[in-house]
Design a binder for this molecule. Structure first.
Ligand SMILES: *[C@@H]1O[C@H](CO)[C@@H](O)[C@H](O)[C@H]1NC(C)=O
Ligand SMILES: *[C@@H]1O[C@H](CO)[C@@H](O)[C@H](O)[C@H]1NC(C)=O
Length: 497
């Protein structure tokens, strides 16, 4: 940058009793301020366009209408200190409602969210399928009094949107619902079309599934034939995308659970930006927090010697599309050069035996009960997630970060845009063996001390962004905004401040 002498003199004047150093300082200061302004403009352009996740310090200054924001609602400073300005009557359509025997990701999200909303005194009515005989209610949580579950009269687990709609109609006649929430397509689009106060949460969309198919096929070696079934489903997924783009417009409000799926909904699916809202799924903050002593005793329990230099860990079903073949190959090559590095595998599935065969540096634990997860994450220097499925948002990464553990994950738009948003949090790799191995090498070269530092940065971000409480407050605000425009303004003096 060229600096002409006149501006140089002008800046210099107030300090002419000093040497030229303060002049330079001033210039740098001005440059810094312009840079900050530039960053602010980048995050809040006059028109709505895609922006990456902003930091909380910038969010403090946001004010305006929430409907057109493109960053996630989790980044708002929603404290929940005050009770909601009005009580909402909320209808929830969810194919399943969690029981001990079937803890699916999407259903668990629905339960965490709506229990939290009911505890904030909203009147929540869940429309779901009939439970199987012998199913017990999900453990550990007492159902709040203002949450009501309506089961349809059909075979256990069988979903019939029409029957749920009838139950909804009856309840709606007793007192009109302020907002209707559908978990994915639980409420079919032909019914959704007529509901103006509807929000649907998408836990994975077909364009992401198509990407997933592409990544999975690319890991196939040249001499391995493509299976006819996979080939067919890959070809079919294009038609699914086209179908989705057409029917998604029947839903009024869309909740994207990652920044990148929000971008797809706006830019590829062409849903008007003020109908797309990004709210990241949250993980229960009470179950995931740093506890190094707990981590240390877990290491002892599973037989990791204290001389271990670095401990990696993975969690989840040990199947191909979670990237286990990649990790298996990368770690087997890596192991011979690093005898003091360990890998903890928490999960069961077809790949368990292969990992066990790698020897003493690999601890295969099987699927861990939820109560053990906190100890597991705390025992690691680096949590690795080599998934090949860029769908939805991976909760394990968020759980690890909540526990203050650094992460390494496939460089997918959802992960890069919503989870590993800062290089400080860890590493990202392309879904191939060499790239993953490179990251394992780098992590070991940096060492456990540096990884712990990265882990602290993860914790501070996760605490602000990934808590279930924050997620519930973000949904509450969206639902209030759907009920009445006046709640779309942010901040509201008596509520947010
Ligand atoms: C959102 O932005 C669009 C385009 O700029 C505008 O037409 C629309 O009125 C905005 N909606 C809200 C609720 O501010
Ligand atoms: C895969 O599907 C494509 C088109 O759908 C077809 O042309 C190709 O022959 C199939 N390949 C195999 C190995 O099934």
């Amino acid at each position: 940058m060229a600096i002409n002498s006149s501006s140089y003199t002008k800046i210099r004047k107030p300090n002419n009793n000093n040497s030229s150093m303060p002049t330079l300082t001033h210039l740098l200061y001005l440059l810094f301020i312009s840079f900050l302004l530039f960053i602010l403009l980048l995050h809040f352009p006059p028109s709505s366009s895609y922006t990456s996740s902003p930091t909380t310090s910038i969010i403090k200054h946001f004010s305006g209408d929430l409907r057109n924001i493109t960053f996630s609602w989790n980044s708002l400073k929603l404290t929940g200190d005050k009770s909601p300005p009005t009580q909402l009557k909320i209808a929830v359509f969810s194919r399943k409602w969690p029981v001990v025997t079937a803890p699916g990701g999407m259903e668990r999200h629905a339960m965490t969210l709506h229990y939290a909303l009911a505890r904030r005194n909203h009147d929540v009515h869940v429309f779901t399928s009939a439970p199987s005989p012998g199913d017990l209610p999900a453990e550990g949580q007492t159902k709040p009094a203002s949450l009501h579950v309506h089961h349809i009269h059909a075979l256990p687990g069988q979903w019939k949107s029409d029957l749920a709609w009838e139950l909804f109609d009856t309840e709606n006649a007793r007192g009109v619902f302020d907002v209707v929430h559908s978990e994915s397509v639980a409420l079919f689009h032909r019914q959704a079309r007529h509901v103006p106060n509807l929000a649907v949460s998408w836990h994975g969309i077909s364009l992401e599934a198509l990407h997933s198919g592409i990544y999975q096929d690319l890991t196939r070696s040249p001499d391995e034939p493509i299976s006819p079934a996979f080939n067919q489903s890959l070809a079919h997924s294009i038609y699914k995308v086209l179908d989705e783009i057409r029917f998604f417009h029947s839903y009024k409000h869309h909740v994207a659970i990652s920044d990148s799926s929000g971008e797809i909904l706006r830019d590829v699916y062409q849903i008007p930006p003020d109908r797309v809202h990004v709210i990241l799924n949250g993980v229960d903050e009470e179950n995931f927090e740093p506890d190094k002593a707990l981590g240390k005793s877990f290491r002892e329990e599973i037989g990791i010697p204290s001389k271990a230099l670095v401990v990696f860990g993975v969690a989840g079903r040990l199947v191909k599309d979670k990237g286990y073949p990649l990790l298996y190959e990368a770690f087997s090559k890596f192991m011979s050069r690093h005898p003091d590095v360990y890998l903890v595998v928490a999960g069961s599935g077809p790949w368990a035996k292969r990992f066990e065969d790698l020897g003493l540096n690999v601890k295969v634990l099987g699927a861990l009960p939820p109560a053990k997860l906190k100890a597991f994450y705390n025992s690691l220097d680096l949590f690795v997630n080599p998934t090949l499925r860029p769908q939805g948002l991976d909760l394990t990464l968020m759980e690890a970060m909540e526990c203050g553990t650094a992460v390494a994950a496939t460089r997918f738009p959802s992960i890069k845009g919503s989870i590993v948003v800062d290089d400080e949090f860890g590493y990202m790799f392309s879904p191939n063996v060499d790239s993953l191995r490179g990251v394992l090498d780098t992590a070991v070269a940096e060492g456990a001390g540096r990884l712990a530092e990265r882990g602290r940065a993860c914790r501070s971000y996760a605490k602000r962004m990934f808590g279930a409480r924050k997620m519930a407050l973000a949904y509450e605000r969206l639902f209030l905004c759907i009920k009445d425009d006046m709640y779309c303004k942010y901040p509201i003096i008596d509520f947010d401040m």
